[in-house]
Write a protein that binds this ligand. Sequence first.
Ligand code: G6P
Length: 345
Amino acid sequence: SSASKEGYTHFMLKEIHESPIAVKDTISGFLNDMETVKEVAEEIRRANRIIVIAAGTSYHAGLYFSLLLNRKGYTAIPLIASEYYNIKLSKNDIVLAISQSGETLDVKMGIKKFKEEGAKIVSLTNVIESHIARESNYKLYMRAGPEIGVAATKTFTSQLASLLFLYSVIERESVDYLEKAHEVVRNVITETEGLAKKFGEELAKKSNIYYLGRGLGVPLAMEGALKIKEIAYIHAEAYPAGESKHGPIALVEKGFPVVFINYGELDDELEKNLQEMKARFAITYSISVNKKLNFSDFEILVNADERLSALAIAPIIQMIAYYAAVKRGYDPDKPRNLAKTVTVE
Ligand code: G6P
């Protein structure tokens, strides 16, 4: 392949650094394709339910979008693609399939079933005329460019940007704030890479980690845990922070690392959960947007338009995982047992 690392040690790090341009191109693409976006928005407004089907990292983007919609009174059902058989389609449901590659078998099987039952399919992929795009009634595209690293990075951030765009159009809000999105992503990477490396190198010494968040921070906590699990081979679990006292806290003892994703909402509640962890002598790390979480042992704080919090957090959790993997001596571009695109059941 002609792909080159252009001076970066790994594709993954290069691709994280390409996130600003990926987001910028994605937003321009959506602006150019406003007609399709508006049609999709109208379909979603009219739908009975929105079934959001995806796998892996794309599922986390889908979960984030589902939370945004559900908060506005829509009924979105985030569905892990391989579990497609759990949902019986009802009249006027619409399906949104999210897949970077557009080729993931589990997602293909899900849309096949829902199509047979009569649903309209909307796809969001990164590959023009990918299988999933071809199978759909409405094709939306991120324009993140090719991603070589197995673990999704810039494409996740571009999915979030795409879904925020779609959400704003559904809500008939201006999308102007998204024109600054790539700058937020660029600033976050520049300002936090050093600290993210420090977090990653500290976490590299651990064998278990919790990632906790609340509200819109939950899908990002899930992605943070997935990322470090995938490439640094550290067992990591994500939970809605309030739920952590119903089980997970049993494992917490002196030195147990807990990463808090402080999205910029529900921070008082999150702070109580942090205190509970500290009372068990956990080591707490927090990633906060706009307002720091008090009493955290280690803190990464960024400032951003609150509507762009997800785009600010995504590159940070990716850099943490990257530096943890490198510190442990692994090649983050080629994690064992994983494939970029999974075409088997
Ligand atoms: C694989 C990759 C993940 C990816 C998932 C879904 O498991 O290793 O990084 O998130 O597939 O891929 P898709 O192309 O459908 O987004």
